[in-house]
Design a protein around this ligand. Structure first.
Ligand SMILES: *Cc1c(COP(=O)(O)O)cnc(C)c1O
Length: 294
């Protein structure tokens, strides 16, 4: 697969003498978040190898991972079951509608049950109901996922800084493992409370050339602000690149804000990873009554 990188050209970059590139892994598929595709790649191969007929995973009602798993399972001729947090609502939101159209069986559980989703007896109950399945954790992060996300960063991605949005940390962990020790990988968390996350990431990576900047989370995961919506729309107008409101919008807002504050030395180059997530904009726009690009 050919991954595209494009250079951003806006007056701020000229003024600050830094170069900014964006790697469009959102282009991997119109509905499957780019990074989710990489996370699923080796898990699908493993499921096939072990002769599983069904994938089961977890997610919220707007989850990029749910949409990606449904699509990828369908494409590989596997059944998929999505254990969804919360109650069923009709009509289905665009994410769940897409999952259904790709053959995913949706199984709703209460928020309190959902919290127990990794507990052995909860998994036993699911096995009794659905038969055997290949389990993919919430957000899709496991060892095989990190093997996949390492392929996001390629040999000619030689920029000084690599910037990436962070949810569970699976994507940035692969990128860190594929980076050159002279590069600095910067993670922009989308979720508050990154202490546990930092521990996880530490256990998944083999180098220390990374840091987190957690001042661009805004009001929290899946919460958006007028400022963020406005930024996403302005960026789309200026650069013709749609961003999502949960991950990539916050990251890019952070990257440009840091450039404005001279965080990056003159003459340096930055690669921002567009991880995708655009499938979520439709549901987000409907739910919040805002207008986001899709
Ligand atoms: C899921 C997701 C992320 C976060 O990936 P993690 O591997 O969970 O850190 C970032 N960007 C987009 C668009 C996503 O869908």
């Amino acid at each position: 697969m050919e991954l595209q990188t494009q250079e951003i050209s806006i007056p701020l970059l000229k003024e600050k003498e830094v170069r900014l590139f964006i790697k469009r892994i959102d282009k991997v598929h119109p509905f499957v978040s780019g990074n989710k595709w990489f996370k699923l790649k080796y898990n699908l191969l493993e499921a096939k190898k072990q002769n599983y007929k069904t994938l089961l995973t977890f997610g919220g009602a707007y989850s990029n991972h749910i949409a990606a798993t449904a699509f990828a399972a369908h494409e590989k001729g596997l059944k998929s079951i999505g254990v969804i947090r919360g109650e069923e609502h009709f009509p289905l939101n665009p994410t769940l509608q897409f999952a259904r159209e790709n053959g995913m069986e949706l199984h709703y559980v209460s928020r309190s049950e959902y919290r127990e989703k990794a507990a052995p007896d909860f998994l036993e109950k699911l096995k009794a109901k659905f038969g055997s399945f290949y389990l993919i954790p919430e957000g899709g992060t496991n060892e095989l996922a990190i093997q996949g996300t390492a392929e996001i960063l390629e040999e000619n991605d030689t920029q000084d800084y690599i910037c990436c949005a962070v949810g569970t940390g699976g994507t940035i962990s692969g990128i860190i493992n594929a980076s050159n020790p002279k590069q600095t990988v910067i993670g922009f968390p989308a979720i508050k409370g990154i202490d546990a996350l930092e521990k996880d990431i530490e256990s998944w990576v083999n180098s220390t050339n990374y840091k987190f900047i957690n001042t661009y989370i805004g009001k929290g995961y899946a919460k958006t602000s007028e400022e963020l919506v406005q930024f996403i729309n302005e960026f789309n107008t200026a650069c013709n690149i749609p961003l999502d409101a949960i991950y990539t919008g916050k990251m890019m807002l952070g990257v440009l804000d840091l450039i404005g504050k001279d965080y990056f030395p003159k003459g340096s180059s930055i690669l921002a990873i567009h991880t995708g997530g655009l499938q979520g904009n439709k549901g987000m726009s409907e739910r919040l009554g805002v207008k986001l690009p899709s």
